[in-house]
Design a protein around this ligand. Sequence first.
Ligand SMILES: Nc1ncnc2c1ncn2[C@@H]1O[C@H](COP(=O)(O)OP(=O)(O)OP(=O)(O)O)[C@@H](O)[C@H]1O
Ligand SMILES: [Mg+2]
Length: 467
Amino acid sequence: MKLRTKITILTTAIVIIVGFLTTISVRGVIINAFREELEKKAKSVAGNLSERVANFILLGDYFQTTQALNEVLNKEKDLEYVFVTDGEGKIFAHTFNGGVPVGILSWNPLKNKIVNVQLLDTEKGFIRDAGVSIFPNTKSELHLGIREDSLKSTLITMRNITVPIIISMIFLGAIASFFISRLITEPLNKFVEFTDVLGRGEFGKRLEIHSRDEIGQLSHSFNRLSMELRAAKENMKEAYTYTHLLQAEKLSSIGQISAGLAHELKNPVTTLKMLFQAFKEQPDMTKEDAEVIHNEIEKIDNILTKFLGFVKQKDVNASDININSLIERVLSLATFDLKNKRIAVHKDMLETLPAIKGNESLFEHVFLNLILNSIDAMPYGGEIRISGKTDDNFAEVMIWDKGCGIPLKIKSKVFDPFFTTKANGTGLGLSIAYNIVKAHGGKLFFDSNEGVGTVFTVRLPKEVKNG
Ligand SMILES: Nc1ncnc2c1ncn2[C@@H]1O[C@H](COP(=O)(O)OP(=O)(O)OP(=O)(O)O)[C@@H](O)[C@H]1O
Ligand SMILES: [Mg+2]
C-alpha cells in the first residue's frame, strides 16, 4: 500500500473516531442535564400540587382532588399519571383511565422521606416517578410520573444536526488528509527518485526542494552527499591517472624500455635470421620469401620509428598550434580507415579552443594514435565525437568513441610501452602520446566502460612549460 493511501486512511480514521467520541460525550452531557432538569420539574410540580390537594384530602373531597390532578395532568404535557394516597396509604384519587396498575404503591416508596424520585422502566419507556409526602408522618403521598418524551425529541433533533456535521467533517477530513499526505509524500517521492539518480552514478545533481523544515534539511544533506560523491569520483579518477603517471615514470626507465624493445624486435629478427640461414644453403629466393622479408622489415621499421618518437619526445619545438586545424589534418590522415569502417565523426566546440604552444608533429602523433585506437575499437562502424572545453588555465580535447571499451583488468596497462591487444599493434601509441602530453605540462587520461565506449582526454595548460 502506498504511503499516501496509508496517511489518508489513518487521518480519516482519526476524524471518524474523534467525531464519534465527541458525539457520545455531548449526548451524555445533554441527557444528564435534561434528566436533572426533569427531576427538578417533577419535584416542583409534585410539591405545588400536594399543597393544593392537602385540604381536599383532609375533607375527603374525592371530586375536587381528582379535578386538581386532571388539571395538572392536562397542563403538563410530559405527565403520564398522578395519584394520591390517604393517611392510611390507600389510593385516594388518580388519573389512570384503565384502572390503577397492580403494585403501584411499591414503585417508589417514600419510607419516611419528604420527597423521592425514582426512575421506572415501563412499557411506555422510562418514567420518573416523583413522590412527595402530603402530611409528614402519615402515609398520605402524592406521586406523579413524568415521561422522557421531550428528551427523545431533543436527542432526535441533536442527531439531525450532528449527523450531517459529522459526515461533512469526515468528508472534509478525508479531502484535507489527501492534500496533507500529498504535501508529505511528494518530497519523499523526489527523494526516492534522487536515490535512483545517485544509484546510477549521476553524482553532482541537486534536489530542488526549498522548504525550511526537516524535509528541506534532508534535501540539503542529500545535495551535499551528491556533491561529495562527485568530488570523491573525481578524486578517484585523478588518483587513477596519478597511478599511471607513476607507473609510466617507472616504465620509462631505459632498461625496461630496452627490454621491451628487444622483445618486440626478437620475433621479426629471428624470422629474418632463419630465412638468411636458408639462403646461405640454397640461394634462390622466391616471391613469397621476399614478401616475408619485406613484412618483417616493415615491422622492425614500425617499431623503431615509434620508439625513436618515444625517445625523442623531450625535444619540443614549440609553436602556436590551432587545435581545430590540427584535428582536421589528423582526420584527413585517417579518412581511409574512417570511410572503410563506416565511422562518422562529429566535432564539437573545437573552434572555441585557444591556440596551444607545442610541437605540432608530436601532437599530430598524439591525436592520430587516439583516433586510430578509437577506429580499432569499432571494427563494425560507429561514431567518434571530438569535443573541446576550456577554462581559465586549461584547454581540453576529448575523443569519445562507442567502441568495445577497455576491460577493467587491462585498464592499468594501456599506457605501458609495448602493451597491446592487437595482432599488429606495437603497444607504443599510448605510452608515446602520454609522454608527449606530459612533456607539454599536460595530462592524458581516460574513462571507459566495457561494451559502451571510451573517452580519452588531452588536458593541456594554456601556458606551456617546455620540456
Ligand atoms: N579507444 C580505445 N578503445 C578500446 N581499447 C583501447 C582504446 N585505446 C587503447 N585501447 C587499448 O589499449 C591498448 C594499447 O594502446 P596503444 O595505442 O598503446 O597500442 P596499440 O594501439 O595496441 O598499438 P599501436 O598504437 O602501435 O597501433 C590497445 O591495444 C587497446 O587494447
Ligand atoms: Mg594505438
